[in-house]
Design a protein around this ligand. Structure first.
Ligand code: V07
Length: 254
């Protein structure tokens, strides 16, 4: 009961991990890491400085999530729409997996984190692909939190491809039309093997899904904050989890 006292008193302004309940921890949290460019502009820095700073937030929040006992963390790093950005910015973004390995990976390995990737490998430059493969293979044996990067990911295309795959299986006779169901669809998505997210977090004030996990987020709790991703801290993360727990408890009471 003491654990919930801060909530009853409305003291949601500075939650800590200790103030969260140990039950009802979300299994899978997905995050749209928005506001890196805006954060940089506010400080008179180039947009890419925001992306670089955002990478450090990825590491910090991953470790915070692991400490809370979250099992899966999906981070939206690069959408299929992001190719439309200026060439120099795209080139910088494509170097971030490499930089991430150099700067952040050792600490994640020390924390038993396993890196995965969800997205299309087509069109990725070779140096980006090899960095991704390195992060994935170096952590493949880790048994802790699964850090799933959505990279070159778009949800509508993911669903179109799943439907094509089912149509092709029907044509070749390995799938009957009657067997097309939610499970047949889910198993053909790039997230197959992961549970659906329990909670979606989006930073930087936009109230949209932006083609992110449209199928998988059907029943998820959504939490938005105005905070820019480079400034998103453990404190904000605990606030989101606390809010999720209070909502989950209300449903339990009905
Ligand atoms: C990217 C930093 C975070 C803020 C949002 C956009 C910019 C980490 C990675 C990454 C991806 C795969 C991997 C290791 C690291 C990354 C891109 C952008 C393209 F195996 N951060 N981050 N990749 N940003």
């Amino acid at each position: 009961m003491i654990k919930r006292l801060w909530a009853k008193l409305g003291l949601s302004s500075s939650p800590t991990a200790a103030s969260l309940s140990t039950d009802n921890i979300p299994v899978h949290v997905a995050i749209i890491m928005d506001g890196n460019g805006r954060w940089a502009r506010k400080r008179g820095l180039p947009r890419v400085a925001g992306h670089h700073s955002g990478m450090k937030t990825v590491k910090r929040i991953t470790i915070a999530a692991d400490r809370l006992g979250i099992k899966y963390l999906t981070m939206y790093a690069f959408s299929t729409e992001n190719w439309k950005r200026p060439k120099a910015e795209v080139e910088f973004l494509m170097k971030l997996p490499q930089q991430f390995i150099e700067i952040e990976l050792d600490e994640l390995i020390a924390n038993n984190v396993q890196v995965r990737m969800m997205g299309s490998r087509d069109n990725l430059p070779p140096h980006t692909l090899s960095a991704l493969e390195e992060a994935i293979t170096k952590t493949a044996g880790n048994t802790g939190l699964i850090l799933n990067f959505a990279l070159n990911y778009g949800s509508r295309m993911e669903m179109v491809n799943a439907i094509r795959d089912m149509a092709s299986d029907v044509k070749t006779g390995v799938l009957s039309i009657d067997d097309i169901d939610e499970e047949a669809m889910s198993s053909r998505l790039l997230s197959s093997g992961l549970p659906d997210p329990d909670l979606l977090i989006r930073t930087s004030g936009e109230l949209r899904l932006s083609n992110f996990m449209l199928w998988q987020l059907a029943y998820s709790e959504l939490w938005f904050t105005d905070v820019y991703w480079p400034e998103f801290s453990e404190k904000h993360f605990y606030e989101a989890i606390g809010q999720y727990q209070r909502r989950a408890r209300r449903y339990g009471g009905l």
